[in-house]
Design a protein around this ligand. Sequence first.
Ligand code: MG
Length: 215
Amino acid sequence: MANYGELRVVSDLDDVHADTATRVIEFTNRLYRPAASPLTLEDYNDHFAEMWGVDTDETMRRWGIFCKEWMANVTPMEGAGQTQRDMPRNAHMEILTARDAESSGDATRLWVSRHLARVSGVNFANVGWGKNADAHKRTKREELILMKPHMFIEDQPRHLTSLVDLPIRDLVVFTRPWNRGLSHPRIMRVSSQAVLSELIQERAAEKLVEAERAA
Ligand SMILES: [Mg+2]
């Protein structure tokens, strides 16, 4: 009975499990900012062309360097490894990322396989980001309609607010500086991996109870 009491979790990668923003800010300051005016995490914008103030070609060139030389050193968010270790057997997690599959697919899969032992798949919402500057603004909605998770975890407000009418039980915002202003009755806030882990364990236990009742 493969689906007995299964909890399906879909999660964003960057700044939920991977502390990518911190590394991107370091990369930006090291290579592209004068020492006197470094960016901080408060300045982070995942639309890199906007954050860097450069065109799409230059954005892709810089992102290529990041993927090749910096991505492997992105550290997991605090507690992310423990969340993986504590994930119940009936919980299944897949990643849904807005990263571009063409430019960052290999580096992303490698990072996930090294750090997120219980993730069973990596899905890319964007293909060909480098050829379309606005592709990065797309939502993850179309993919989630097909994936039908019970829980979706994300740090970017624009993705979450596009999902509030979908039948996903738990829409979870993972607290980062850029989502402090997000408040919606459909969206639950978690402030750490430890809290997220508890929520996954609780929901997975509920799924087993539901399955037993239905049997
Ligand atoms: Mg993210």
